[in-house]
Design a protein around this ligand. Structure first.
Ligand code: LLP
Length: 433
């Protein structure tokens, strides 16, 4: 059992050579075969997580649908696995919509989000026949209605509201508060939004949506949120409020000190909150939708890098430079996110030194781990960053002309390349000279 087992996929173990292995694949061998930086997803853990989500709601006896928030990672190899597990999918752009359709999701299983969907994206969604569009503001109501009319459809929609609950997370990923670019405020706008939707012959309101924030550890926020939503449903007349989408947000462990709630606890908190808020007002308990992203794919993914430089500054610190950085993992720079690396080729060795793990980009802020406790590291070592499956590659860039990493999926000792490494020509391929 590794000290950091809880931030790695459960299949993680150490080989007789002392190498970290995931899904029965030696990470040092994967680094040799596929190069670095390399993102590795554990297929069984992805499937187990999807099943755990579905089972958690069904065991609570609540009518629910699990919708994967594809922004966390929308590579086709992973989308296909989650589709096979029967999940629906949340897309927040035309690009994610295209990925969902290409991965084979039935259009009715697709929920389109976004606070500024372009008329073209709305048209693409309606043409594709997406199940639900989540209305985020007044400006898009007539655009959606017109596109639906042009295709002779009645488009199902949810209205997204800001319940005004503070989710106690990083400000950049809190969304449910009143001062937000997302959704309708409940102080009048949401009521007018509902009226405008109901006025359109080509829109069919089916319920309410509220996403509070991401990397949440405190589940008590669902209680007050459901209360606010039930009050709103009663106020606007609950006849067409058949579903309530409480969003995603369940946190994951990035280090051994993090203890996020379990999927079962998350489902229970959402289900209890919804039941009690609606039933206590004499309203029918609506169907519950949840939209997990991070907690669906975060722990299933790790990234491996090769150490290429070690710089010791006596009395100051020691820098370890790896062959990726802010281009494949922006979260430390953007949110001060913390990670706990492991030397994959000496996974059993005890930590003896403190290093600052930095990327290869031309910025001093390109820091992956500010203070990493590791055994003595050498050039050529393979460094593994656990829990990078969510919002890693999906937020990757080509800064400094860096090709985005390859992605493999591992299971039962076999590794399948699911996204090839970007080439220099891929990077320049759109430039017209
Ligand atoms: N539903 C909606 C409407 C959302 O906006 C989000 C995330 C989710 C569901 C999924 O939330 P999750 O279960 O992943 O917490 N880039 C940031 C996270 C941004 C989350 C944006 N919205 C990060 O790396 O922490």
């Amino acid at each position: 059992m590794l000290a950091t087992q809880q931030v790695l996929p459960p299949s993680a173990s150490v080989t007789a050579d002392g190498n970290l292995s995931i899904g029965g694949c030696d990470l040092v061998a994967l680094a040799e075969e596929f190069g670095t930086p390399l993102v590795i997803y554990d297929e069984h853990h992805l499937r187990a997580t999807a099943r755990a989500y579905v089972a958690a709601y069904s065991e609570l006896g609540i009518d629910a649908d699990v919708i994967y928030a594809s922004k966390a990672y929308f590579g086709l190899g992973v989308l296909r696995i989650l589709r096979e597990e029967g999940l629906s999918i949340d897309v927040a752009s035309g690009g994610e919509l295209h990925a969902a359709l290409t991965a084979g999701f039935a259009p009715e299983q697709i929920y389109l989000h976004g606070n500024n969907k372009s008329p073209h994206e709305i048209l693409e969604a309606i043409q594709a026949g997406v199940g639900v569009i989540v209305v985020d503001g007044f400006d898009e109501i007539s655009t959606i209605a017109r596109a639906a009319a042009a295709h002779d459809r009645i488009q199902k929609v949810l209205i997204r509201v800001t319940p005004g609950v503070d989710p106690a997370t990083h400000a950049a990923i809190a969304t449910g508060q009143v001062d937000s670019k997302f959704g309708f405020s409940l102080a009048g706008d949401a009521q007018r939004g509902v009226a405008a939707i109901r006025d359109s012959a080509h829109l069919s309101l089916i319920g309410i949506h509220a996403h509070l924030g991401s990397q949440l550890f405190d589940l008590s926020i669902f209680g007050p949120t459901a209360e606010v939503l039930a009050d709103f449903a009663r106020e606007v007349g609950a006849d067409d409020i058949d579903v309530v989408d409480l969003g995603g947000g369940l946190g994951v462990a990035y280090t051994r000190d993090h203890a996020p709630p379990t999927i079962e606890e998350f489902a229970q908190a959402q289900a209890d909150a919804l039941r009690s808020a609606f039933a206590s007002r004499g309203l029918t308990v609506p169907r519950l939708l949840c939209e997990p992203g991070r907690s669906m794919v975060g722990r299933a993914g790790v990234t491996i890098y090769r150490v290429g430089g070690i710089k010791r500054i006596p009395g100051v610190r020691t820098y370890l430079s790896v062959d990726g950085g802010m281009s494949d993992l922006l979260r430390p720079m953007l949110y001060g996110a913390v990670y706990e690396p492991i030397v994959a080729n000496r996974a059993n060795d005890a930590a003896s030194q403190t290093y600052r793990v930095v990327g290869k980009h031309c910025e001093s802020g390109d820091i992956l781990v500010a203070e990493a406790q590791l055994p003595e590291v050498q050039i050529g070592d393979v460094l593994c960053l656990p829990a990078t499956g969510a919002y890693g590659v999906s937020m990757a860039s080509n800064y400094n002309g860096q090709p985005r990493p390859a992605v493999v999926c591992v299971a039962d000792g076999r590794a399948r390349l699911i996204t090839r490494r970007e080439t220099y020509d891929d990077i320049l391929g759109r430039d017209l000279v």
